[in-house]
Write a protein that binds this ligand. Structure first.
Ligand code: FPP
Length: 161
């Protein structure tokens, strides 16, 4: 293992093609994708990596047909709930990034429970991006910074009430 390799990122892709090649519905491809992602996380952890970021559902993915989005979120809920056991047992802490205001209640609850359950795990951090968009993240950071008085040395001079 290369000591310099500490953090890897993984983007879910090819689930649909995987299913098509096997004459299976897209949902089977998504299921297989989730299983593969979990295996990669377990291997990364076993190899001693400190962090992995899994880009699971981008904000653009809301444009997919509602039936597919529904199926995907069934898998998301399952991943953070029933499927969590091996990750938790391996000492992996989960942290979910992205917008939470558009997630359904079951997903929100599953995310909160999963973060709470794995909070003290300290082997590897698995950051999962759900309803995440890099553009949104930059825009939000810019909006936040615009409301602050940052001086030329980078110090925040915003008056606190
Ligand atoms: C890309 O495959 C995959 C997605 C757009 C989303 C898949 C997300 C999930 C299954 C949820 C995963 C959640 C967790 C928490 C791990 P594609 O359909 O674009 O495949 P294609 O490029 O072959 O059509």
């Amino acid at each position: 293992m290369n000591e310099a390799l500490r953090h890897i990122g993984m983007i879910m892709d090819g689930n649909g093609r995987w299913a098509k090649q096997r004459d299976q519905p897209r949902t089977s491809g998504h299921r297989a994708g989730v299983d593969a992602a979990r295996e990669v996380a377990l291997h990364a952890n076993a190899l001693g990596l400190r962090a992995m970021t899994l880009y699971a559902f981008s904000s653009d993915n809301w444009r997919r047909p509602p039936l597919e989005v529904n199926g995907i979120f069934g898998l998301v809920d399952q991943f953070f709930d029933n499927d969590l056991e091996p990750l938790d047992r391996a000492g992996i802490r989960l942290n979910i990034v992205g917008r939470r205001d558009r997630l359904r209640r079951t997903t929100l609850r599953a995310i909160e429970r999963c973060e709470e359950r794995t909070r003290d795990n300290d082997r590897m951090l698995l950051r999962v991006a759900v309803d995440y968009s890099a553009r949104d993240a930059i825009v939000l950071a810019a909006i936040e910074l615009a409301g602050r008085n940052i001086d030329r040395d980078g110090f925040d001079r915003t008056l606190k009430a």
